[in-house]
Design a binder for this molecule. Structure first.
Ligand code: CDP
Ligand code: MG
Length: 701
C-alpha cells in the first residue's frame, strides 16, 4: 500500500493497478463496490466533489444546500475522508437529528466504501456505539456529538464536522452550531465544518456563519402533479388508506410513499391495505406494504430500501407502498417513489412554559414540509402527490415553515448541557434563534428546584452528575437519589423501561381485550412504574424469552432494548460511585421506597384529585388519567406523572400513587403552601399536614 493512500483513492479505477485495492482495508475492492460506485456517480452531489473539497480547504465553514436525495449525507462525508480529513487518528463526524438515519446511512456508506460497519465507518446513537479504534467516519445523532463536547469541548478527535439536516433545527443542532462557531475560531489545531441543508433557506445559515461560502447543488426534479381534496377530510387516516388502494388499482407502476404521524397509525395502515389487497396479485401485481418509523428495528427499517417485488406476469408489475413518519421527508430517501400521499400532519413537540407542559402532538405540517413531501415523488420521473387537505387550507391555514425546536420545547436539558459546557452567559449565547426568555427562566428555575444549580445559578455537584446521564433531568435526579432510598437497582430498571425503544405493552387491534388481560397480570396497585418494574422482573425471570413476551402481549424488542439501556445506566452509576442496592422485598412497604425515589426526581410533576379530575400542583392544569394507566379505576388522591399527553383532553400518563407527606418531606422547597394556588386542595392539605406536624412537635417538647 502507498504511504499516503488517501489522495490516490480519489478516482478508483483510474489510477493504475493499486486502485483495485481499498486503501482503508488493504483488501481488493469487491465487485459490489464498483457496482455501487456507478450509482454513486449519478448523484448530483458527485459532480461537485472537487469543488466542495476545494472550498473546504479554503474555508473553515462551507454551507451546502441540495435537494433531498442528491447525495449529501452519503457522499459528502466520504469525499472528506478521501481528501485526507480522517488522517492520523482524527475523524470525520456527520450528525443526524434522527437515530434511524444515523444507523441506516452508516450501513449504506460502509457498503459504499466496502468496509465492515463498525470498523472504518460506524455510528453512535444514544445507548448504542458501533464504532472502533479504526473508525474514520462516524455518523452520529446531533445529541451524541453534544454529549462528547461535554467532555471534550473542542471536539479534538474530529478534523471535520458535517452538520447534516441543519434545516431541521433540532435543539442539539442549534446548540452545536453555536458551540462550533466558537470552536472554529479558538481551536489551535485545524478544524472544518460543512453545514448541510435540504431547504432553500440557506441564507440564514450563510449569515449566521459570517458569510460562509455557499455551494448549491441543483436537484434533478421532475414535475409532480398535485391533487387536493375538494373538501376538508373528516378522517385523514381513512383517506390515506383509500388513496393508497386507489393508486394501486388505477395508477401506472411506481412506488407509493404515504406520510402518517406515528407507529400505531402506520402499523394499522400497513395492516389495512395488506388486507384489502389480498388476492389481487394476479390482476394488479405483487404488492409489498411496509412501515417506517423511528422505533422499528433496524432490519425492518432496512426493508424499505429493497426494490419492489418483481412480477412474472406480463403486463403487471410489482409495487411497494410505504407508510412512514416524517423520517422519509428529508432524512431518508427511498428510490422508486412516484406517488406521495400527504396526510398534512406530523407529530411535533409543543411546549407551554407557563404550565411547563411539553407534549408530542399531532400538528398540521408547514408549507415547507408539504413541498418537501411532494418533492419525494419526482426524483426519478414525473410523479403525483395527493394532499389530503384542500388547496385553500394549504394556502391559508398552513404556516410557511415550522418554528425551530428551541422555540417549542422545554429546554431544561439544553440549559443543563450548556452549563456543563461552561457557557456562563446563557442569555447572550449566539443562538441562531434564541429561546423565549420565559422558557429560559422556567428551565433555570426547574434546574434550581432539582438542585442542579445553586442559588447563584452555578452548576452544582449534583448538576454535573445529572448531566452524565443521557436522560431527562428529572430521571437523572431520580437515579442519583435512589441509593438514599435503598432502591437504586429498582430505579435503574424503571428508568430503563421508561427509555426503552417502543411501547412495552402491545395492544393489537382486534385483540385488545386479551392484551389488557395479559397486562393485568403485571399490574402493580401503586401504579405504572411498579407495573413496568414487574414486567421487567418477569422478563428476566423468564430468561428474556421472546416467545414468552409474545404470549403476554409484551414487545420483546422494547424489553431487549430496556435491558441494554439498563446495563449502560448501571455503568454510569458505577462511574459516578453511586451504590447499586435493592429494596428488601419482605418489607410490606417496600414499594414506598421506590415511590419516594420517583418523587425525588418528579416532584414537580404531581397532580392532586379535584372533583372528577386532577389539577397539577402549582400550574393548576386540569388533567385526566390516561386510559392506559393501571390507576385508571383506582383514582388515588395524589399522583406523580411522567408525561403529558395532549389530545382532545389533557391526559397524564405513566403514574404512581404518592402521599402528600412525601412531597413535603422530599421537596419542602417546592411544596411551600404559600406558593400553591390559593385555597386549592393541595394548599389546604399541605397546610393541614404542617399544622399537624407542628402540634406533634410541640406535644413532644
Ligand atoms: O442526503 P441526501 O438527501 O442529499 O441524499 P442521500 O441520503 O445521500 O441519498 C443518496 C442516495 O443514496 C439515494 O438514492 C438513496 O436512495 C441512497 N441510499 C440508499 O440506497 N440506502 C440508504 N440507507 C441511504 C441512502
Ligand atoms: Mg440527507
Amino acid at each position: 500500500m502507498a504511504s499516503n493512500p488517501y489522495l490516490q483513492h480519489l478516482e478508483p479505477g483510474e489510477n493504475g493497478s493499486s486502485s483495485n485495492v481499498n486503501p482503508y482495508t488493504g483488501k481488493q475492492f469487491s465487485a459490489r463496490y464498483f457496482k455501487i460506485l456507478e450509482t454513486r456517480k449519478t448523484l448530483p452531489v458527485y459532480e461537485r466533489r472537487d469543488e466542495l473539497v476545494k472550498m473546504t480547504e479554503e474555508n473553515k465553514v462551507v454551507v451546502l444546500v441540495g435537494e433531498t436525495g442528491s447525495g449529501k449525507t452519503t457522499q459528502v462525508p466520504q469525499f472528506l475522508v478521501d481528501a485526507g480529513y480522517a488522517k492520523d487518528g482524527m475523524m470525520v463526524a456527520c450528525t443526524q437529528p434522527r437515530r434511524v438515519a444515523a444507523m441506516s446511512v452508516a450501513k449504506r456508506v460502509a457498503e459504499e466504501m466496502d468496509v465492515v460497519l463498525g470498523q472504518q465507518v460506524g455510528y453512535t446513537i444514544r445507548f448504542e456505539d458501533k464504532t472502533s479504534q479504526s473508525t474514520m467516519l462516524k455518523y452520529c445523532t446531533d445529541g451524541m456529538l453534544l454529549r462528547e463536547a461535554m467532555h471534550d469541548p473542542e471536539l479534538l478527535r474530529y478534523r471535520c464536522i458535517v452538520l447534516d439536516e441543519a434545516h431541521e433545527r433540532t435543539l442539539a443542532t442549534d446548540l452545536l452550531m453555536g458551540l462550533l462557531k466558537g470552536v472554529i475560531t479558538t481551536r489551535k489545531s485545524p478544524i472544518n465544518m460543512v453545514v448541510m441543508s435540504a431547504t432553500l433557506d440557506a441564507e440564514k445559515f450563510v449569515k449566521y456563519f459570517e458569510n460562509a461560502p455557499l455551494l448549491q447543488v441543483p436537484g434533478r426534479m421532475f414535475p409532480v402533479g398535485i391533487f387536493y381534496l375538494p373538501e376538508p377530510a373528516k378522517d385523514y387516516f381513512e383517506h390515506a388508506i383509500s388513496t393508497a388502494v386507489h393508486i394501486h388499482q388505477n395508477e401506472e407502476p411506481g412506488d407509493v410513499l404515504c406520510f402518517l404521524t406515528g407507529e400505531e397509525e402506520i402499523e394499522e395502515g400497513v395492516r389495512r391495505v395488506t388486507e384489502e389487497m389480498v388476492g389481487t396479485e394476479k390482476t394488479l401485481g405483487p404488492l409489498k406494504v411496509l412501515p417506517l418509523y423511528a422505533s422499528l428495528p433496524p432490519d425492518r427499517q432496512q426493508r424499505v430500501f429493497d426494490p419492489a417485488p418483481s412480477s412474472d406476469i406480463p403486463g403487471v408489475s410489482g409495487r411497494k407502498i410505504i407508510f412512514s413518519t416524517n423520517i422519509a421527508e428529508t432524512s431518508l430517501t427511498i428510490d422508486g417513489v412516484v406517488y406521495v400521499i400527504d396526510s398534512g400532519f406530523s407529530k411535533q413537540k409543543t411546549y407551554n412554559p407557563r404550565v411547563r407542559s411539553e407534549a408530542l402532538q399531532v400538528t398540521p405540517i408547514s408549507r415547507a414540509s408539504a413541498k418537501q413531501r411532494t418533492g419525494r415523488a419526482g426524483r426519478t420521473r414525473p410523479g403525483k402527490c395527493f394532499r389530503l387537505y384542500t388547496e385553500k387550507a394549504f394556502k391559508n391555514d398552513l404556516i410557511e415553515t415550522s418554528f425551530p425546536e428551541i422555540q417549542r420545547s422545554n429546554i431544561c436539558n439544553l440549559v443543563l448541557q450548556m452549563k456543563t459546557l461552561g457557557i456562563e452567559n446563557l442569555v447572550y449565547f449566539d443562538f441562531m434563534d434564541p429561546p423565549a426568555p420565559e422558557t429560559m427562566m422556567r428551565a433555570l428555575e426547574q434546574l434550581h428546584y432539582l438542585g442542579a444549580l445553586s442559588d447563584e445559578g452555578e452548576l452544582s455537584d449534583l448538576g454535573y452528575k445529572m448531566a452524565e446521564f443521557p436522560l431527562e433531568p428529572e430521571l437523572s435526579k431520580m437515579l442519583i437519589s435512589a441509593p438514599n432510598f435503598g432502591c437504586s437497582n429498582e430505579a435503574v430498571s424503571i428508568a430503563a423501561m421508561l427509555s426503552a425503544a417502543g411501547n412495552v405493552f402491545l395492544r393489537p387491534s382486534g385483540r385488545q381485550e386479551e392484551a389488557d388481560e395479559a397486562k393485568a397480570k403485571f399490574q402493580h396497585p401503586d401504579g405504572d412504574h411498579g407495573t413496568l418494574l414487574n414486567v421487567y422482573h418477569s422478563y428476566k425471570q423468564h430468561n428474556e424469552d421472546q416467545n414468552w413476551c409474545f404470549e403476554n402481549y409484551l414487545n420483546g424488542r422494547a424489553l431487549r432494548s430496556a435491558d441494554n439501556v439498563r446495563s449502560q445506566l448501571e455503568r454510569i452509576m458505577v462511574k459516578l460511585d453511586l451504590d447499586l442496592v435493592s429494596v428488601d422485598y419482605s418489607d410490606p412497604n417496600h414499594f414506598h421506597y421506590i415511590a419516594r425515589t420517583i418523587v425525588s426526581g418528579y416532584f414537580m410533576q404531581a397532580a392532586y384529585a379535584d372533583r372528577a379530575a386532577y389539577l397539577t400542583v402549582k400550574d393548576n392544569q386540569l388533567v385526566q388519567i390516561h386510559p392506559s394507566s393501571v390507576l385508571m379505576s383506582k383514582k388515588p388522591k395524589c399522583l406523580i406523572f411522567n408525561e403529558f399527553v395532549l389530545t382532545s383532553k389533557n391526559y397524564v400518563r405513566t403514574l404512581t400513587n404518592v402521599r402528600v407527606e412525601w412531597l413535603l418531606d422530599i421537596a419542602p422547597h417546592y411544596y411551600n403552601p404559600a406558593d400553591m394556588p390559593k385555597d386549592s386542595k393541595i394548599q389546604l392539605e399541605l397546610e393541614r399536614l404542617i399544622r399537624q406536624r407542628e402540634s406533634r412537635k410541640r406535644a413532644r417538647e
